[in-house]
Design a protein around this ligand. Structure first.
Ligand code: ADP
Ligand code: MG
Length: 239
């Protein structure tokens, strides 16, 4: 069962700096939602608030209709994939995948099938004994995604996961992440400043600008009916 996400008038203030100004948004269970917008508009801040890595200073966050504002990150059932892979360099791929489960107290016998399944999904079964330095950029990014999969989260969050990869690999990983979504069926929220990624991957695009939503809609809706010049310019529609 996939999870719904609701933001109700969510605000964020860093000290005296207001960066998110009352965002209302509903994400349906199993949707692939892409947050797009220029650098500094608040995409990462929104993701971090959903993950519980950043305090929500106003409004409410609901997962499956349950208020999450005060729930610890580890108890939200969310896994996040970042742009920097942050793999442990001295550990094998297997260990990188298993480590989070070990520290969470899982038994070895329970960890092995979870790692095996994630490795199969990402087609990295043959790389399990390697160290990260013996992997290509794309393989490292797969391991980083694998670390999210082994935790069996209800929601996946991606913060510009492909921006360190070259153009060809970006296209390939885009296709793989879309396939992962179809295969797992989880709710996924994907942040990017790349319009092509947004247009090709999203069920629903959320266009952000200076901490506010400019428009929400399916890719073609935004392209054909941009609400304003900002959306038109950002999505690249002719208007
Ligand atoms: P994006 O991911 O869209 O580039 P961010 O969410 O990182 O945007 O940042 C939104 C705004 O909040 C920016 O003005 C940024 O400088 C500011 N900001 C982000 N993190 C912090 C922080 N920890 N402390 C103070 N200001 C921050
Ligand atoms: Mg960011």
């Amino acid at each position: 069962m996939a999870t719904s996400v609701v933001l109700q008038k969510v605000e964020k203030r860093y000290g005296s700096l207001d960066v998110i100004h009352g965002i209302d948004l509903t994400i349906d269970p199993g949707e692939f939602v892409v947050f797009v917008g220029p650098s500094g508009c608040g995409k990462s801040t929104l993701l971090r608030m959903i993950a519980g890595l950043e305090e929500i200073t106003g409004g409410g966050l609901l997962l499956d209709n349950e208020r999450m504002n005060e729930v610890a990150p580890a108890k939200r059932g969310i896994a996040m994939v970042f742009q920097s892979y942050a793999l442990y360099p001295h550990m094998s791929v297997y260990k990188n995948l298993a480590f989070g489960l070990e520290t969470a107290g899982y038994k070895k016998a329970d960890i092995q099938p979870k790692v095996k399944r994630a490795a199969e999904i990402l087609q990295i079964e043959k790389l399990l004994e390697r160290k990260p330095k013996a992997l290509s950029g794309g393989q490292r990014q797969r391991v980083a995604i694998g670390r999210a999969i082994v935790r069996e989260p209800r929601i996946f969050l991606f913060d510009e996961p492909l921006s360190n990869l070259d153009a060809e690999l970006r296209v390939q990983m885009r296709v793989e992440i879309s396939r992962l979504h179809r295969q797992l069926g989880n709710t996924m929220i994907y942040v990017t400043h790349d319009q092509v990624e947004a247009m090709t991957m999203a069920d629903k695009i959320v266009v952000l600008n200076s901490g506010r939503i400019e428009q929400v809609g399916a890719p073609l809706d935004l392209y054909n009916n941009p609400a304003n010049r900002f959306v038109a310019g950002f999505i690249g529609s002719p208007k």
